[in-house]
Design a protein around this ligand. Structure first.
Ligand code: UT7
Length: 325
């Protein structure tokens, strides 16, 4: 019998504080910086984002998303035998946010680890969990992307602070004799480290270097459109499918122009593109599972639909996962 990985349930969570572009423009104006709802909407498609309260961590957001995913899969903590948390904003330097999350969920004993691939984190984590499930190492996994990017934003840099938000999205994956995940394709190219990074670190009891997010937006933009098409085509080829087989495109939610550009290259009508960037901003590793859960709960994505999930981000990292939902 072939062993595959299927998505058994989805969940998501946004912290309650919703910050509109107008709110942010007023906040920046107080710092002597100019931005506008019009600029942000035209360049990115973002209208609002959610920011977590100062004492709320990524694992706090992840707990809500995971509980919802487990409920929708009809499983409980005792059924989970693997936890992978994709995050670039973990609660502590160590231990992993996944271990903190595991304890909060009342799960003990199963492997739990963080995966760091910035905005590609969720497609990386899905690929790792799929490999572990198909090889028999795990049977039912929680894969969650959770971020508090508001903590690493420089609110004196208008070119980046208007783009990101906080949130969490999760799936329960389980072994199945039917696919499931059809194909995956992951890449990284470390020569582009400098175009999207938080260059600081902790050493000798101090933060060394700059602890805020830096991005060369145009360089990221140019790379993103090309690699997202390549990764999508590679997964389709591996699965023996064509772009006509994709029912829903769920790309990393960074910029509506990149997302629409990718849909166009895959000859997909824009109504098959799942868009949450308008309300969530860029939530890095959380953006894809958040968008997936929103589309599932709204009834747009149904069992049997073929989904193309795509991530791209710091590293430079990128990848895609093709899945029969
Ligand atoms: O999650 C990882 C993946 N990340 C991404 O995919 C992000 C990719 N990059 C982008 O989405 C876009 O490059 C941005 C949205 C970041 C920027 O859009 P852009 O069309 O590339 O704008 P730009 O950087 O060329 O800036 C255009 C102008 C500049 O002014 P000048 O030099 O033309 O006078 C900026 O200073 O817009 C100015 N600007 C702003 N104006 C108002 C930059 N940020 C702002 C702002 N409000 N917040």
């Amino acid at each position: 019998m072939n062993r595959y990985t299927r998505i058994a349930g989805t969940g998501s969570y946004l912290p309650p504080r919703r910050v509109t572009n107008a709110d942010l423009a007023a906040e920046l104006a107080a710092r002597g910086l100019e931005t506008s709802d019009q600029w942000i909407v035209e360049r990115t498609g973002i209208r609002a984002r959610h920011f977590a309260a100062p004492d709320v961590t990524s694992s706090d957001l992840a707990v809500h998303a995971c509980r919802q995913a487990m409920e929708s899969a009809g499983v409980g903590p005792a059924d989970i035998d693997l936890i992978i948390m994709a995050t670039s904003t973990p609660d502590m330097v160590f231990p992993s946010a996944a271990c903190i999350l595991q304890n909060k969920l009342g799960i003990a004993g199963c492997p739990a680890f963080d995966l760091q691939a910035v905005c590609s984190g969720f497609v990386y984590a899905l690929t790792v969990a799929d490999s572990m499930i198909r090889s028999g190492v795990a049977t039912r996994a929680l894969v969650v992307g959770a971020e508090v990017f508001s903590r690493i934003l420089d609110f004196n840099d208008r070119t980046t602070c208007v783009l990101f938000g906080d949130g969490a999205g999760a799936v329960v994956l389980e072994a199945s004799d039917q696919p499931g995940i059809l194909a995956t394709d992951l890449h990284a190219d470390g020569k582009h480290v400098g175009i999207l990074c938080v260059p600081g670190t902790v050493s000798g009891g101090q933060v060394l270097g700059d602890p805020f997010l830096k991005m060369d937006g145009q360089a990221v933009f140019k790379l993103a459109v090309g690699v997202l098409e390549d990764a999508a085509r590679a997964t389709l080829a591996k699965a023996g499918r064509t772009d006509a087989d994709i029912d829903w495109l769920i790309p990393h939610q960074a910029n509506i122009r990149i997302m629409q550009g990718t849909a166009k290259k895959l000859k997909m009508p824009l109504d098959k593109l799942v868009v949450t960037v308008d309300e969530h901003g860029n939530t890095s590793a959380a953006s894809i599972p958040l968008a997936l859960d929103v589309a599932v709960r709204s009834g747009r994505i149904r069992r049997g639909d073929t989904l193309m999930l795509e991530g791209v981000g710091g590293g430079f990292t990128w990848g895609a996962v093709l899945v029969d939902y």
